[in-house]
Structure formats: C-alpha cells, structure tokens
Design a protein around this ligand. Structure first.
Ligand code: NAP
Length: 243
C-alpha cells in the first residue's frame, strides 16, 4: 500500500502537532494547511515531507490548491483554539459563529471536485448521538458549554448537522467526538484510546492528546472504513489513576 498523504487542518495545536509527528513517523506525507504557519516548530517547517499551505478557512483558492494536491485523506482538528477561548466565551459575535461548519461547506465540494474521498473531522461530546447512553457527567458538561461557551456548543451542532446531511458514499466522513483533552505525563506508558459511544462503563469524559493522534494515524495508515458515516466517541480509561 502506498504511504498516505494527509491534508491536515488544525496542525498547529498540540493534538495537531502530535498527529503530524506521528504521521511522519508512520511514513506519511503531510500537507499542513494553516492560518499561522509560524506556529509550527522549525523542524516541521524545514521537513521535506511536509508541505505547508498558508490560508484562512474562507480562502477558497488556497483551499482548492491544498485539495488539488491529492491527499488520500483529510484530517481536521479545527475547533475553538485554546489560546482564543476567552474570546469564545466573551465576544457576542462568536456566540452564533458558524466559521467551522461554513469551512466544511467550502471544503467538501472541493473534495468532491478533486476526488478526495476520506475525511476525519473533530467534534465534541456537545454532539449527542442516538446511540449514546444516559450520562450525568455528559449532561453536566453540555449544560456548562451551552451556558458559558454557547458559540463553541453551537458550532458543534452545526458541524454534526452538516455531516449528517453529507452522503457518506460520496465523501466518506467520520466525526470523532472528544471530551476534555489532556497530555500524557512523561514516562507514562502509551495506551490505546477507547472508541465507542458516550456513557459506557469506564467513560471518564477525558482523552489524552497522544491517544487521539495515535488513533488518527492508525486509521489513516490502515485506510480504515470502520467509522465511515459515524460519530465515534474517544476516551481514555481511568484518568484518575494516571493524572
Ligand atoms: N481543550 C479541550 O479540552 C478540548 C475539548 C474538546 C475539543 N477540543 C478541540 O480539540 C482540538 C485540538 O485541541 P488542542 O488543545 O490540541 O489544540 P488547539 O490549541 O485548540 O488547536 C486548535 C487548532 O485549530 C486552529 N484554528 C482554530 N480556529 C481557527 C480559525 N478560525 N482559522 C484557522 N485555524 C483555526 C488553530 O490554529 P492557530 O494555531 O492558528 O490558532 C489550531 O491549529 C481543537 O479543535 C479544540 O477545539 C479541545
């Protein structure tokens, strides 16, 4: 099987960087689309296996250029950036934002145009799925998000609605849903993320960035079809014992 070529969005964030590094270690090439390429470490910027495309989420020409480079798969880790959270909480214009769902509305037709068929897009547990089980902690988290970060909550609903209307045979989409993110401690053994629905036994509501990256790279390199047209939930077991 030829090595995968990944078009990565959100690669400048910590999970994005881990995904990028993991992809390179697995022999993939990466097209990294970024609004702030200066946020990539120099080692990434100078790596010949990484092509950086500079553009915004609304720049159709640059997006078209990136998709025309024929990636085998698109990974999006786009979402409200941690360093911009204050504006997500406090700026009224963000409360009704649709910047990420609008971006997918531009991207997906471009993927169809260039015959790029596979995408993994980040979602959160603010997206409820019919297969999810009742969970008090998830209800509490969603209520807090709805009240305090309404724009971020709203974006997730719009992303879910958009993909639900996208024909999974035309564009093979997976929306992977995340709870709270945290980093693996130095020296801690690497684990595998749990993948399923919200509310099953052992669901901590938390997931390690390292495990998300590892799962994404494994999905891509194995050309997995397992979660096509689905919204799996990723979580790390037993956070309290490791944190
Ligand atoms: N922190 C949590 O507990 C949590 C929980 C659930 C989901 N998430 C989501 O999980 C993802 C990874 O989180 P993380 O903490 O590892 O990284 P992060 O710092 O939140 O990274 C967000 C990424 O999205 C990009 N981005 C955000 N808004 C953008 C915009 N308007 N235009 C272009 N790019 C934009 C950022 O680019 P710049 O570098 O240019 O800002 C960055 O690459 C994020 O989407 C985050 O929203 C986080």
């Amino acid at each position: 099987m030829a090595p995968a070529k990944i078009l990565l969005f959100g690669g400048t964030g910590p999970t994005g960087l881990l995904t990028l590094q993991g992809a390179l270690e697995a022999g993939c090439e990466v097209i990294a689309y970024a609004r702030n390429p200066g946020r990539f470490p120099e080692s990434i910027r100078n790596d010949s296996r990484v092509m950086i495309v500079h553009g915004s989420l609304t720049d159709k020409d640059q997006l078209s250029h990136a998709v025309s480079l024929k990636p085998t798969v698109v990974i999006s880790l786009l979402g409200p950036a941690a360093h911009e959270m204050v504006s997500w909480l406090s700026r009224p214009s963000n409360w009704s934002s649709s910047m990420f769902s609008d971006f997918y509305r531009i991207l997906i037709p471009l993927m169809k145009e260039h015959d790029v068929r596979r995408i993994y897009a980040m979602g959160t547990t603010s997206i409820c799925h019919e297969k999810d089980l009742a969970s008090f902690s998830r209800w509490f988290t969603i209520s807090c998000m709805w009240l305090m970060a309404h724009g971020a909550w709203n974006e997730m609903q719009k992303i879910a609605e958009f993909f639900e209307k996208t024909d999974k045979e035309e564009v093979e989409w997976t929306v992977f849903r995340l709870g709270g993110l945290y980093n693996q401690k130095k020296g801690e053994p690497e684990g595998n993320v749990n993948v399923g629905v919200v509310g099953t036994g052992g669901d901590t509501g938390w997931v390690k960035r390292e495990e998300i990256a590892k799962w994404l790279v494994a999905q891509v390199t194995s050309r997995s079809q397992e979660w096509k047209g689905e919204m799996p939930y990723l979580w790390t077991a037993e956070r309290s014992k490791t944190d």
